[in-house]
Design a protein around this ligand. Structure first.
Ligand SMILES: [Zn+2]
Length: 376
């Protein structure tokens, strides 16, 4: 997910805010300060509603971060690196770079988030009880936070993939049956089913408005359903890839006739002589077989056209020091994981310091598609 602001690191994990988060932050703050608190506690002053609303909203998102941190820290204990935690419009996402390879680890990782939310909910409820008679506004805030954290735990325990509950469900099926693929498939079907139910529920709310619910809550529910359904399908596709890539190496999947350009030509020469004639979007830069860097249309577009006559390829390429390079006998699955970890779509393949090909996400997909067409 790009379009996010980096806010620094917590426990060594990059913490980011996606721009869409601001929408949900404003929505929640406004609905608390304008509706919920004024209706439930009618005798506070206007500014108090807003101060308590903003603080409550911020603490809610801190709770979401704690939930994601719980997943992340348990993942790390199990030897699975975590790249980042991002808050976005539908909550939080921890980017855990690999799937767990054991059912037990997956179960602990998945359950940690909802367990953390339940504990936080319990603590807020305790706070609410303790200060109920001394400070109404803070106790009201603690009560809402207790309620929302328990709701968060409950929502996440819905047994559809890729929600936490879906992961718990999968890990239990996986442990019982020993069949990872089948377990993933069933948890995905449930996940897609939950998505459709949410969409259906949302549409019913929009048209029937039961229990005084607004058309907006219907729309919101439908959106969440759509998001969940998509996420379920995407996670399943990824699981299928992983399964299919097992046992293959870079040597079998790489593209050996990837265009190679010399480092000393000008950008203009590159564009006229290579880019326009070959139609390729990606080039290896090598000097007598030795990899110097890679070049994409992106690098070229970053140079103003009036400088194309003077700028040289070696000045605008991504140099080899900044590249992730795959080894000839590296397994395909770990290459895909490295691409995911580093947000890249291509990796040059090298053997004994010499570049011999290119492996790209596209070529991985093509490889899998061809195999399935051949019924392999
Ligand atoms: Zn979670």
């Amino acid at each position: 997910m790009s379009n996010a602001i980096n806010l620094g690191k917590i426990f060594g994990i990059q913490f980011r805010l996606h721009y869409s988060w601001f929408i949900i932050f404003v929505l929640i703050t406004v609905s608390l300060s304008w509706q919920y608190f004024p209706i439930v506690y009618p005798d506070w002053s206007r500014p108090i509603y807003w101060v308590i609303g903003v603080v409550t909203s911020l603490l809610f998102f801190a709770s979401v971060v704690a939930h994601e941190l719980a997943h992340s820290l348990v993942a790390r204990i199990n030897g699975i690196p975590v790249k980042s935690i991002t808050l976005f419009i539908f909550g939080g996402i921890a980017r855990i770079t690999r799937e767990a390879t054991r059912a037990g680890a997956e179960l602990k990782m998945a359950a940690a988030g909802p367990a953390c939310s339940l504990v936080i909910g319990g603590l807020f409820f305790l706070l609410h009880i303790l200060i109920r008679n001394t400070n109404e506004s803070i106790s009201a805030m603690a009560f809402w936070l207790a309620y929302i954290n328990v709701a968060l735990a409950a929502f996440n325990m819905i047994p559809g993939f890729p929600l936490d509950g879906g992961r718990v469900f999968r890990s239990v099926m996986w442990r019982v049956s020993g069949n990872y693929k089948r377990s993933t498939q069933i948890a995905t079907w449930v996940g897609q089913g939950v998505g459709y139910l949410f969409i259906l529920g949302g549409i019913l709310i929009i048209f029937l408005r039961p229990f005084g619910l607004s058309w907006f809550s219907g729309l919101w529910l439908a959106f969440i359903g759509w998001f969940l359904g998509n996420a379920a399908s995407a996670s399943y596709r990824q699981a299928q890839w992983r399964e299919a890539l097992q046992g293959f190496t870079a040597a079998q999947m790489m593209n050996r006739d990837c265009p190679v350009v010399p480092p000393n030509i000008t950008v203009n020469w590159l564009v006229q002589g290579y880019v326009l004639t070959s139609g390729h979007h990606f080039f290896l830069v090598a000097d007598e077989g030795e990899l110097k860097g890679v070049l994409t249309l992106h690098n070229i577009k970053a140079v103003p056209q009036q400088n194309w006559d003077v700028a040289q390829v070696k000045e605008i390429m991504t140099p080899v020091e900044k590249l992730k390079v795959a080894h000839l006998d590296q397994d395909a699955l770990s290459i895909l994981e490295q691409m995911d970890e580093n947000d890249i779509n291509q990796m040059p393949v090298a053997s004994e310091g010499r570049v011999i090909g290119l492996i790209s996400r596209d070529s991985l997909i093509r490889f899998l598609r061809t195999r399935s067409e051949l019924g392999m």
